[in-house]
Design a binder for this molecule. Structure first.
Ligand SMILES: Nc1ncnc2c1ncn2[C@@H]1O[C@H](COP(=O)(O)OP(=O)(O)OP(=O)(O)O)[C@@H](O)[C@H]1O
Ligand SMILES: [Mg+2]
Length: 243
């Protein structure tokens, strides 16, 4: 469903942020990218979404190669949850969630119904939350609205950049449960970035461990904990074998 081959990004000044990254996710699979700060996680996600043009390499989503379609059409089939939720402060919860549908000039009643349904899904009832502004929400609620916004047009593929970052353990736990349920029900293919090894092992069918722009090792929890490829992997998974 998502496949990248030799994906590479060299920024101005010869900064190689991502170096020949390749992986594949089947339909309904969750992939978790994890690695040190600045190792190229967000850049990888943005290249798949074409917010950043790759210097080299190919991206497929479904049967389409990214250069066969213009970027705007390409992004419609991909839900993107931005690092730190990224809600527009001058728009209400409802307006934030229906932003893309509005641009696509969707039917008004459809939009209200869909927003109501999504707010239900993330446990934030329409009557209570739809008309609030982001500043009137907690951090975790903002993150949930960011997830709802990405789901609005029902994309088969979701890219999520630390969707559960900076949350207390209890809220995080309950969002994990919602997320697992959501994935089971909606069969989305999800590529997610996280800083948290326990989270990656809990949610990811595949864990993609990156360092300095490259994939060091990719696999299940068993692969990484039982057969770590080198000391870097060992130090990363240490203490997380039974998460
Ligand atoms: N527009 C840019 N121009 C030049 N360098 C950039 C640009 N964007 C990112 N970089 C560099 O590329 C590298 C990878 O950045 P990226 O945002 O992908 O990291 P990350 O793994 O998401 O980190 P974090 O965990 O801190 O979010 C970093 O060294 C960063 O400084
Ligand atoms: Mg990042």
């Amino acid at each position: 469903m998502i496949e990248v081959k030799n994906l590479t990004k060299v920024f101005q000044g010869n900064v190689k942020a991502v170096n020949s990254v390749s992986f594949k996710l089947d339909k309904g699979e969750i992939g978790c990218i994890i690695g040190t700060s600045g190792c190229g996680k967000t850049t990888t996600l943005k290249m798949i979404n074409r917010l950043i043009e790759p210097s080299e390499g190919d991206v497929w989503v479904g049967n389409e190669e990214c250069h066969d379609t213009d970027p705007v059409n390409w992004r419609r089939k991909i839900g993107y949850v931005i690092q730190k939720a990224g809600l527009l402060p001058h728009l209400t919860v409802e307006q934030n969630i229906s932003l893309l549908s509005n641009i696509l000039k969707k039917d008004k009643q459809y939009m209200v119904d869909r927003v109501t349904e999504l707010l239900e899904t993330i446990n934030m009832p329409y009557e209570k939350f739809a008309k609030r502004y982001p500043i009137e929400l907690s951090g975790g609620q903002q993150q949930r609205v960011g997830i709802a916004r990405a789901l609005m047009e029902d994309p088969p593929v979701m890219l999520m950049d630390e969707p559960f970052g900076a949350l207390d353990p209890i809220t995080r736990e309950s969002l994990h449960e919602e997320f697992i349920g959501l994935n089971k029900r909606l069969k989305k293919t999800i590529l997610m970035v996280t800083h948290d090894m326990d989270e990656a092992f809990k949610l990811g069918d595949k864990v993609i461990l990156m360092n300095k722009g490259e994939i060091v090792q990719m696999g299940t929890r068993e692969d990484l904990t039982q057969n770590p490829k080198n000391e870097f992997v060992e130090s990363f998974v240490k203490g997380h074998a039974n998460a």
